[in-house]
Design a protein around this ligand. Sequence first.
Ligand SMILES: [Zn+2]
Ligand SMILES: [Zn+2]
Length: 132
Amino acid sequence: MNQLAKGSCLCKKVRFEIKLPTKWVAHCHCSMCRKFHGAGYVTWVGVENKNIRFTKGADLITWYHSSKEAQRGSCSMCGSNFLFQSQQWPDEMHITLANFDTELDKKPQANAYFSTHVDWMPIDDEIKKIWK
Ligand SMILES: [Zn+2]
Ligand SMILES: [Zn+2]
């Protein structure tokens, strides 16, 4: 496995590189993720801030404060929603798995906020339902 993983938004005007390893990979079933991404659930990758580098278009990222402590980042050109930051985890950023263009070191490990999952989306029962 390559030591670096790369990703981008849909229009590729924002590009990033992360140094492996990642911290975790998990599906989030909270209603805010569902609405912001227009999806049944959103798969996030936890990455330490020090391992993230925006190689292109960092100035195109717009941040929406979805709660007092958290903000969600999108590309202002194409509208891709792919970043999350919270004061709850000040040392890490969450990046959507779908926006990676190269392989990562982990598969999804957990279902977060599973108590609020929708019933119209198939669920991977094999992974543990943890994190609320
Ligand atoms: Zn874009
Ligand atoms: Zn969520």
